[in-house]
Design a protein. Structure first.
Length: 259
């Protein structure tokens, strides 16, 4: 990628297809159980400061705000921020929010002090320099604070193409197909992301695979299951290998040492 992706042109479609879908519901269910663990770790009986970087409409951070925590949400897309403002207002949470129209790389100009929790979810795969952006955001985490990072998994992208028989596409290096506007142009190798986080001085506390098998189910009309069973099984398997490494996305959370 030569420049960061701005979703102004397809913001409404993005919200409908990503958040308002079964895939989005599974993603929310898996990541939220991790977030609950993080909040338990951080909660010292006072409101936390949260940065939702590239947060879109703030699906997850709104759940955090409902618990009384303060959220700064930034996004490169003005259209996405308008959708966020509408949803947040409808949910009666505007007093908990500060909305900032900026690239994630520029957020340090808009926050006065380090935050307790940074959410950086499904953004890096849309950036021209994901490592640099991640490093900037990790700098915004206070001592003892946590970074929650979710990224599009290169292993999952490769495995999906292999089981679909797209071997020529794999041999060509899996170039991005322009007709798939909501699919990131590339995945990120998990070990690279883990290394970036640890190199910044953070201790990785946990990892979860997001949609470890749902996206690989060849025909949803066969088999014996309900969607509720799929969600429950995803939540059950998400922290176990080899399922973590097969997730279409991987959620990793890490803590900055107190000193």
């Amino acid at each position: 990628m030569t420049e960061d992706r701005n979703f102004d042109d397809i913001a409404h479609k993005f919200v409908k297809n990503i958040y308002g879908s079964g895939k989005g519901e599974i993603r929310q269910a898996v990541v939220w159980q991790d977030i609950e663990q993080i909040l338990t770790l951080l909660n010292k009986n006072k409101p936390l400061s949260v940065l939702d970087a590239g947060g879109g409409v703030g699906q997850l951070s709104q759940l955090i705000a409902k618990q009384g925590h303060k959220v700064t949400l930034c996004d490169l897309s003005a259209e996405m921020l308008e959708l966020a403002k509408t949803q947040i207002t409808e949910n009666g949470l505007m007093d908990q929010y500060c909305l900032v129209h900026c690239a994630v790389q520029d957020i340090k100009q808009h926050i006065d002090t380090p935050v307790s929790l940074v959410l950086f979810h499904a953004v890096m795969e849309w950036l021209s320099d994901p490592k640099a952006a991640l490093e900037i955001l990790l700098e915004q985490v206070a001592p003892g604070g946590v970074a929650s990072v979710m990224f599009y998994n290169q292993n999952g992208l490769l495995f999906k193409n292999l089981i679909c028989g797209n071997l020529t596409h794999v041999e060509e290096g899996m170039p991005h197909r322009k007709r798939f506007k909501l699919q990131p142009q590339k995945g990120l190798p998990p070990e690279e992301v883990y290394h970036w986080i640890e190199a910044a001085g953070f201790n990785i506390l946990g990892k979860s695979g997001v949609r470890t098998f749902h996206d690989y189910m060849r025909d949803s009309r066969t088999g014996d299951f309900t969607f509720e069973q799929v969600v429950a099984m995803e939540q059950k398997l998400c922290r176990q290998e080899p399922f973590v490494s097969l997730g279409r996305y991987i959620h990793v959370w890490a803590q900055r040492p107190e000193s």
